[in-house]
Design a protein around this ligand. Structure first.
Ligand code: FEC
Length: 311
């Protein structure tokens, strides 16, 4: 029986309020934030949770659920899968996860990121770090790069869109009058000149989910752009909401298809910031539930990992 290590990679979040500065410094590639930047981020964490960081438990739960699903779906008698966690900006870091596999004698591994869409600036970064550490330890590693059109992922997202649209209808809205806004984390606009697939993959996911859920009134918008001077992909969701208000749209359903967990970018940027703007504009804004450990999402990840062994 061969044990296959599965490196499950995710963004990472601080463990406590006093770790926010180190976390932010890591995101900024070793440059500490200014006092104002640190206060602004600390205030956002305080607003969502008051000292608890939901992404940590969510990632732990996803890794445990994936390990269970993977071994249940495993068609190979001669392999078993063991999951290891590796975070981009917090402990256990990606390198720690690979080192842990090496300590356990793993020789063969698969890496996957808890984010469905590939960009050289996001998934590409995770893979580069894991590959370098795996090479150091002599681990043969392959990677799932994206899974943005996996049928089970599309089904899980479409179900969530339909469920929320049903709530709008129950509240008296016409289903086709609710504008569905698919969204994802913005990236610096220069990725487009680099021929990066991120934007196209996000549009493909949005189109597939809209089709499956029978949604005709939808568009894509960016969110959570970084606080740097360079241009980021837009339009940002807050500007999109202002535009929709001009179009007399009253009901908006946000589907953040670029994210798979409840965390700061969903719980603050959408549930607090975007909702406040919508209220000012006299619009009703709701958000689809995050995937977290949805069995269909766990099946998506498992299927992609198992598929890397298909001849
Ligand atoms: O809940 C949490 O504690 C963590 C929430 C969180 C997730 C997340 C996902 C993505 N990010 C992506 C790209 C960038 C780029 C920069 C950047 C900056 C931040 C900051 C925080 C933050 N991100 Fe993030 N991101 C999360 C949190 N992100 C906090 C720093 C303050 C701020 O700008 O708001 C800019 C870095 C720089 O300064 O150079 C670029 C992408 C994703 C989605 C894919 C993934 O999950 O990896 C892309 C969750």
């Amino acid at each position: 029986m061969t044990t296959i290590g599965v490196l499950v990679m995710s963004y990472g979040t601080p463990e406590s309020m006093d770790q926010i500065e180190a976390y932010y410094t890591h995101i900024r590639r070793g440059h500490p934030p200014t006092e104002d930047q640190l206060k602004e981020l600390t205030d956002r964490y305080e607003a969502i949770v008051g000292g608890v960081f939901p992404l940590r438990a969510n990632t732990d739960n996803q890794v445990a659920a994936l390990q269970e699903t993977l071994n249940r779906m495993n068609p190979y008698q001669d392999k078993r899968f063991v999951c290891y966690q590796g975070l981009k900006h917090a402990s256990p870091f990606i390198e720690d996860g690979v080192a842990e596999m090496a300590k356990d004698g793993i020789k063969e591994a698969v890496g996957i990121v808890l984010a469905p869409h590939y960009s050289v600036m996001s998934i590409g970064g995770y893979i580069k770090r894991a590959e370098a550490k795996a090479a150091e330890h002599g681990i043969v590693m392959k990677f799932v790069k994206s899974y943005h059109l996996h049928p089970q992922l599309i089904e899980a997202l479409a179900k969530r869109v339909s469920a929320k649209l049903e709530q709008f209808v129950e509240a008296g809205a016409l289903r086709d009058k609710v504008r569905v806004l698919f969204s994802a984390h913005s990236l610096p606009a220069k990725i487009l000149e680099m021929g990066d697939p991120y934007q196209d993959q996000l549009l493909e996911t949005s189109r597939a989910v809209a089709e499956k859920a029978g949604v005709t009134s939808w568009q894509f918008t960016w969110q959570s752009a970084g606080r740097t001077a360079e241009p980021w992909l837009g339009p940002d969701i807050l500007d999109t909401l202002r535009d929709l208000s001009q179009e007399q749209i009253e009901d908006v359903l946000v589907a953040p298809v670029g994210f798979v967990s409840d965390h700061l970018e969903v719980l603050y940027d959408l549930d607090i910031e975007a909702k406040a703007i919508a209220k000012e504009l006299d619009m009703r804004l709701e958000r689809i539930d995050s995937l977290n450990t949805d069995p269909l999402y766990m099946e998506t990840l498992s299927d992609c990992i198992i598929s890397t062994f298909k001849p």
